[in-house]
Design a protein around this ligand. Structure first.
Ligand SMILES: [Zn+2]
Length: 79
């Protein structure tokens, strides 16, 4: 994986927008919370940080790498 490309994607894309397109997010303080798509979630346990451009699920411990995989795959499809 080309680190430069990854950094460009990171700088251009707002993680809150990407996740917000897929699941409803609620703003609480500095972070946004939503229902985690990676496990059987009923209470919003996924926290999204616009400041850090990461998300963390407190239940299944998924990390933001998933979002960047999804984004990169979608970009390849568009090309
Ligand atoms: Zn989860």
């Amino acid at each position: 994986m080309d680190n430069t490309l990854t950094n460009q994607i990171r700088n251009r894309v707002d993680i809150v927008d990407i996740i917000g397109e897929r699941i409803p997010l609620t703003a609480k303080g500095k972070n946004f919370f939503g229902v985690c798509p990676f496990h059987d979630d009923t209470n919003p346990s996924m926290s999204v940080s616009r400041e850090k451009q990461i998300y963390t699920c407190f239940s299944c411990k998924n990390k933001s790498i998933h979002v960047f995989h999804v984004t990169q795959q979608e970009m390849y499809l568009h090309f």
